[in-house]
Design a protein around this ligand. Structure first.
Ligand code: TXA
Ligand code: MG
Length: 337
């Protein structure tokens, strides 16, 4: 199949929405990362997403709506706290897990009786939902296991020949996938995947915010998880990633001792002046690190990097979300220096 590249003109958005309505799958920009979108209520279309990504069938898809009030059509119950959170954070990078109803087929929910609802802010994604009239199931548009795509060319690289089209809507603003939360009760939410809506943000609306323990550590074989995605290998480029936690002096010394052909550092902008080895930088504050991390991991592969030592971000605020992706990219190989 030839994958068409659309731009964000009204004609192209109309064509992309038509493809979705007709059961095809399309790469679509969102403010977090690019998604691989299909009509969430069409089982055949949703199966094409799993096939194109090579995604395990038990890993559920997030359903994207133009308005949180439409969630009543696809869920069996919406707690009051969900409305309060939606008032504050939707549209935006937040996914709320709710009990699903039978409008959402079991293939979409990975066999679970819940569904993740997200109201994206990106105007292109919003327009495609509106024109198609479909709830849009969309995982990140990468091959399973590879870093998430933040540009249309990343999506083309992974999906060309496997999907009907990609819509180019520029580089994703946040660069990391949405914060995924479940609701424990009217006072308590649990973060299953950290993102740019942080626990500090959520605490303004909800009294108790629990950070699931799987966010910072590897899930053990046989352990029950709150979110199937926690079990799988993620975000890994071809290069071997090692996360180093510590000051730049110790980082530089460590890389020096382990240096060789095709070894790179991935460091902060502010480290660059004193770093004597091959490197890329990925920003100087948490939002910039989030914005750049996935594209830098892909760029290192293009440059032929075989081993990459990454300067670890903080675990505060948005830093926690970047850290969460990096420990997975590193296969949990974190060294305190
Ligand atoms: O920002 C995002 O969320 C992007 C854009 C495209 O919207 N989407 C995205 O989808 O990251 P995906 O499929 O790559 O990641 C969704 C994560 C997975 O780890 C999945 O296991 C979890 O959310 N998830 C989805 N539905 C769930 C549910 N009902 N219960 C628990 N976890 C769920
Ligand atoms: Mg993903």
């Amino acid at each position: 199949m030839e994958t068409i590249l659309f731009n964000d003109s009204p004609e192209d958005l109309y064509k992309a929405a038509e493809l979705i309505k007709n059961g095809e799958i399309v790469g679509i920009p969102t403010e977090t990362v690019y998604g691989l979108g299909a009509d969430a209520s069409n089982e055949e279309a949703v199966r094409k997403i799993f096939a194109a990504k090579g995604r395990p069938a038990d890993n559920p898809l997030i359903v994207h709506l133009a308005d949180f009030n439409d969630a009543v059509k696809y869920t069996s119950h919406i707690p009051e706290i969900a409305y309060k959170l939606a008032d504050e954070f939707c549209p935006g990078p937040l996914t709320i897990i709710l009990p699903k109803n039978d409008k959402i087929p079991s293939v979409t929910s990975g066999g679970l009786d819940t569904v993740g609802i997200r109201v994206p802010a990106h105007p292109v994604m919003r327009r495609i939902i509106e024109i198609s009239g479909c709830p849009i199931a969309a995982p990140s548009a990468n091959t399973s296991g590879y870093p998430s795509p933040t540009t249309a060319s990343h999506v083309m690289y992974d999906m060309s020949g496997k999907i009907s089209a990609v819509v180019d809507g520029g580089q994703s603003e946040f660069g990391l996938e949405s914060t995924v939360i479940s609701i424990e009760n009217e006072d308590t939410v649990r973060i299953l995947r950290p993102g740019c809506v942080t626990s500090e943000h959520l605490s303004r609306i909800c009294r108790n915010v629990i950070i699931d323990k799987a966010i910072l550590k590897e899930v053990e074989a046989g352990e029950t998880v709150s979110s199937p995605g926690m079990k799988y290998k993620h975000y890994s480029p071809q290069a071997d990633i090692v996360l180093l936690e510590g000051a730049i002096e110790a980082f530089t010394e460590y890389v020096g001792r382990n240096y060789g052909d095709d070894v790179y550092g991935l460091i902060f902008d502010t480290d660059a002046e004193s770093f004597p080895y091959r490197y890329l930088t990925y920003g100087s504050n948490d939002s910039q690190l989030a914005h750049n991390i996935f594209s830098k991991l892909r760029e290192l592969d293009e440059m032929g990097a075989k081993k990459v030592f990454v300067r670890a971000p903080s675990k505060e605020g948005v830093g926690l979300a970047v850290y969460n992706r990096l420990i997975r990219a590193a296969g949990f190989e974190v060294i305190r220096i």
